[in-house]
Design a protein around this ligand. Structure first.
Ligand code: G4P
Length: 535
C-alpha cells in the first residue's frame, strides 16, 4: 500500500464532519436527513408528500418492524458530499427505549444537531439525548423545525433551551413570519434576508432570494406579514443583546448556535448546512489505553460501534459498523483486532450513499464503514493497522427489564441460539443463562420494553423461531467480581438470581433496589458493577 502524504491525510480530515441528529419522534429527523441529502446532491427528489404517505419511511430505515411501527429501530450511517466537505450522518434511534444504542452512536460522532419541533419545544426524548450528548462533551448545533406551523415563538424557544438544558442559545438566523406566513429567515451576521418559495412541495430545493435591508423588494414582502413590526422589533432587540459567538464555548458545549426553518419546505436548510460545515469540528482524537490517538496518526485505526444483522432480508448478511479514528482505510488492508488479537483482512466493505449501498475502497478519519461480519466482531472492538492499543470500551448497560424466553417449538433450539447470539452481538438485547452452559431457558434483558418486543418479532421473522416471554420479576442486574466462593454463595440468596452473561461472567439479578442494597451490604468483599467488566 502506498504511504499517505501527511498533507493528504490532514486535508481529508479537515473536510470531514461526522454527526448525529438528536430529536423527539416526529420532530422531522427523517425529513431533515432527506433534505440534507437533497442539498448534498445525493438524492435528486426528496420523497414527495405523496410518496411519503405511501411509504412512511425514508432512505435510512430498513427493517420491517420500523415500517410497521413507524419508528427507527436501527442506527444507520449515511455519507454524502456537500460543497467541498464529506458529511457522515449517523441516525440515532429516536425511541425512548433505545438509549444504549444511541449512546454508542454518539460515541462515534464529533458533533450533534439538536432538532426541535418549533411548536413543541424541548420534548422528553430530546432532553434525554441532549444529556447523553453533553456527557460525551459533543458540540451541539440547534435547528428549530416546522416554523411553518402555527404557535412558534422564537424568543420563548430560546429561553426554554437555556432554562431546560442549561446551555446558552445563540440565534444565527431569525424567522421572517411564522405559521402560514413563514416567508424566510434573516441571516443575523450577514444582515440579509433569505426569502423562500417551496418547489414541488419541498421535493426539490426551495428558491432562495437574498435581499438586503432596505431593498424595496424585501420591504414589500415584509409588508405582507401579519405582524411586520413584531419582526422588526425582534431583530432590533437581538442587535441589542450580547449574542457574540465564541467558538471555544461552542466546542466545549457551553453554547449552541440556533437556526430556524422548515425541513418539509426546505426553508433555511442551505443556510444551516453552510454554517454547520464551518461550525462543526472535524474528526477528533480518541482516548485509548496508550493515550489519545489523533486522527492524523498515519496508521489506520477504528472501533466497532454497531453490529447489525439482516439489514436486507434478501441477503442474510451482517455488518459491523466501524468509525475510522486515524489514518487511511484501504479495502483489502490487513489489520489486527486488538481486542481478540486476531489478524484480519478487510475486504467486504459497504457505505450508504444516499439510497445506494456501495463498496468502500478508501476511507478516512470520521468515516463510517460497514464491514461484512462473518461473526468475528463485537461491539467495542478496536482495529489497528500497526501497534496494538484499545479505544476506551463501549460498555454494556445494565438492563432494567428481564424476561424468560420460552421456546414454543423445542426442535428449534439451535435456531434460537443462533438468533440470540446474533441479536446479542448487535447489542439489541442482553442474554443471560441460568447455568454456565446455557442449557436451561434463557433470560433476556433489555433497557426498554419495546426492545423485548423487537426481539420476539425478529426471532420469528428472521430466524423462524416462535417464542414467548414470561416476566421473571427482576428489575436490575449487576456484574459481580471477587472471591469465587463468595460469588457462589450468592446463588441461594432470597430475591436474587445468579446468572451468567454471554462471556460466562457472573451476574446477579435483583427483585428491587432494596434487595440490591441488602446484598451489597452483606457481601462487602464482592464488587458489583452496573456495566459489564468488558467495557
Ligand atoms: P421523525 O423522523 O423525527 O419522526 O419525523 P418525520 O421526518 O417523519 O416527520 C414527522 C412529521 O412531521 C411528518 O408528517 C413530516 O412531514 C412532518 N414535518 C417534517 N418537517 C416539517 C416541517 O418543516 N413543517 C411541517 N409542517 N411538517 C413537517 P406526517 O404527516 O406524520 O407524515 P407524512 O405523511 O408527511 O409522511
Amino acid at each position: 500500500m502506498d504511504p499517505i502524504a501527511p498533507s493528504e491525510l490532514s486535508a481529508e480530515i479537515a473536510r470531514r464532519r461526522t454527526f448525529a441528529i438528536i430529536s423527539h419522534p416526529d420532530a422531522g429527523k427523517t425529513t431533515l436527513t432527506e433534505k440534507l441529502l437533497l442539498y448534498g446532491g445525493a438524492i435528486h427528489l426528496a420523497g414527495s408528500i405523496k410518496a411519503r404517505k405511501a411509504a412512511r419511511y425514508a432512505t435510512s430505515d430498513w427493517m420491517e418492524i420500523e415500517r410497521q411501527r413507524g419508528i427507527s429501530v436501527t442506527s444507520s450511517a449515511l455519507v454524502f458530499d456537500y460543497r467541498d466537505h464529506t458529511l457522515n450522518i449517523l441516525d440515532t434511534p429516536g425511541h425512548k427505549d433505545f438509549s444504549e444504542d444511541t449512546f454508542r452512536t454518539l460515541e462515534a460522532v464529533d458533533s450533534v444537531v439538536m432538532l426541535l419541533d418549533g411548536a413543541k419545544g424541548i420534548e422528553p426524548q430530546t432532553l434525554k439525548l441532549f444529556e447523553v450528548a453533553r456527557m460525551r462533551q459533543l458540540p451541539i448545533v440547534t435547528f428549530i423545525n416546522k416554523v411553518d406551523r402555527e404557535g412558534v415563538d422564537p424568543f420563548s424557544l430560546l429561553s426554554e433551551i437555556e432554562r431546560t438544558l442549561d446551555i446558552r442559545a445563540i440565534p444565527f438566523d431569525w424567522p421572517i413570519g411564522a405559521g402560514s406566513a413563514f416567508r424566510g429567515v434573516w441571516d443575523l451576521s450577514a444582515a440579509k434576508a433569505h426569502i423562500y418559495e417551496a418547489v414541488d412541495h419541498g421535493g426539490a430545493r426551495a428558491t432562495d432570494r437574498i435581499l438586503k435591508e432596505g431593498d424595496p423588494a424585501l420591504e414589500s414582502i415584509l409588508n405582507t406579514l401579519p405582524d411586520k413590526t413584531l419582526f422588526e422589533e425582534e431583530v432590533a432587540l437581538l442587535s441589542l443583546e450580547d449574542n457574540s459567538f465564541d467558538k471555544k464555548d461552542f466546542l466545549a458545549g457551553k453554547t449552541t448556535p440556533v437556526f430556524f426553518g422548515s425541513a418539509l419546505n426546505n426553508f433555511g436548510i442551505e443556510l444551516f448546512l453552510d454554517a454547520f460545515i464551518g461550525l462543526a469540528p472535524p474528526p477528533r482524537a480518541y482516548p485509548s489505553d496508550k493515550g489519545p490517538i489523533p486522527p492524523d496518526s498515519p496508521s489506520f485505526s477504528g472501533f466497532v460501534f454497531k453490529i447489525q444483522a439482516n439489514m436486507d432480508p434478501q441477503h442474510r448478511d451482517r455488518f459491523a459498523f466501524i468509525r475510522v479514528c486515524s489514518g487511511r482505510f484501504v479495502r483489502e488492508m490487513s489489520v489486527t483486532n486488538a481486542t481478540t488479537g486476531k489478524p484480519l483482512r478487510l475486504s467486504k466493505t459497504i457505505q450508504f450513499l444516499g439510497q445506494k449501498r456501495e463498496r468502500v475502497e478508501e476511507a478516512w478519519p470520521g468515516d463510517i464503514i460497514g464491514l461484512h461480519d462473518p461473526g468475528v466482531f463485537r461491539i467495542g472492538d478496536t482495529l489497528c493497522e500497526k501497534g496494538l492499543f484499545h479505544f476506551e470500551g463501549i460498555p454494556s448497560f445494565s438492563p432494567e427489564l428481564f424476561a424468560r424466553l420460552i421456546l414454543e417449538d423445542p426442535l428449534k433450539r439451535k435456531h434460537l441460539k443462533k438468533g440470540l447470539d446474533q441479536l446479542a452481538e448487535e447489542g439489541a438485547i442482553q442474554v443471560f443463562a441460568q447455568d454456565p452452559h446455557g442449557e436451561r431457558d434463557m433470560i433476556v434483558g433489555a433497557v426498554g420494553a419495546l426492545q423485548l418486543e423487537v426481539l420476539k418479532f425478529r426471532l420469528e421473522h428472521e430466524y423462524n423461531v416462535k417464542t414467548r416471554l414470561e416476566p421473571v420479576g427482576y428489575d436490575r442486574a449487576r456484574w459481580i467480581t471477587g472471591d469465587p466462593a463468595k460469588i457462589d454463595s450468592l446463588a441461594g440468596t432470597l430475591d436474587t438470581l445468579r446468572v451468567y452473561d454471554r462471556e460466562g461472567a457472573p451476574v446477579a439479578l435483583f427483585r428491587n433496589e432494596w434487595a440490591l442494597r441488602y446484598v451489597v451490604e452483606k457481601y462487602p468483599e464482592i464488587s458489583f458493577h452496573g456495566t459489564s467488566p468488558r467495557g
